[in-house]
Design a protein around this ligand. Structure first.
Ligand code: FES
Length: 187
């Protein structure tokens, strides 16, 4: 529910016309404009921009999909396709730290199965699940472009390569430390 009157804003689907946008969408549009300033106004910015929206808002809504498509000159179908392909961009009940392990062939050959087993043991959840404290979610992803450095995974938008069980412990400890520091910072 919005407490202020909607303002006249440029629409996502019709960038050259003006129509009423609610404030949430207008705010999201401004955020996307800022992200495109940072990452560039071209299709290479598509994943970084979507990742950032996803990490800030828990999911990429239809307005954001259309607006990103308009700004980057790609079709909304392509944006939707990218979101569908990369599980870390999808709407989901993700934890504060979304761990996405690459399951594509090079990482598979680099023994991603051992890393998958270790992650499940250390987190006590299966793939597609979130820890009961809401801290970690565990998901598969398709190739993230680090094929020569597998096994590779993402924690939110951060890439980790040559992952080993020892490194997993460091990664999880690092996440918990970051969370505690952030909590202290806001209290
Ligand atoms: S196959 Fe895993 S990063 Fe490409």
């Amino acid at each position: 529910m919005f407490t202020h009157s909607p303002k006249q804003q440029r629409s996502a689907s019709s960038p050259d016309t003006f129509e009423v946008l609610d404030e949430a969408s207008a705010s999201l549009r401004d955020e996307i404009d800022e992200l495109i300033e940072i990452h560039g106004e071209n299709r290479n910015a598509l994943i970084p921009v979507l990742q950032e929206i996803r990490s800030r808002h828990a999911f990429v809504n239809s307005f954001a999909m259309q607006y990103v498509a308009d700004r980057l000159g790609v079709s909304a179908a392509e944006v939707y396709g990218v979101i569908s392909f990369y599980s870390f961009l999808k709407e989901s009940n993700y934890g504060k730290f979304a761990i996405s392990l690459c399951r594509t062939i090079s990482c598979d050959m680099a023994d991603k199965a051992r890393i998958a087993k270790c992650l499940q043991e250390k987190l006590g959840v299966k793939f597609g699940e979130t820890t009961p404290d809401g801290m970690f979610s565990l998901n598969w992803t398709n190739c993230i472009g680090m094929c020569d450095q597998g096994p590779a995974l993402l924690v939110n938008e951060q890439v980790f390569t040559h992952v080993t069980p020892k490194k997993i412990k460091e990664i999880l400890d690092g996440c918990r430390k970051t969370y505690q520091e952030n909590e202290k910072g806001v209290s």
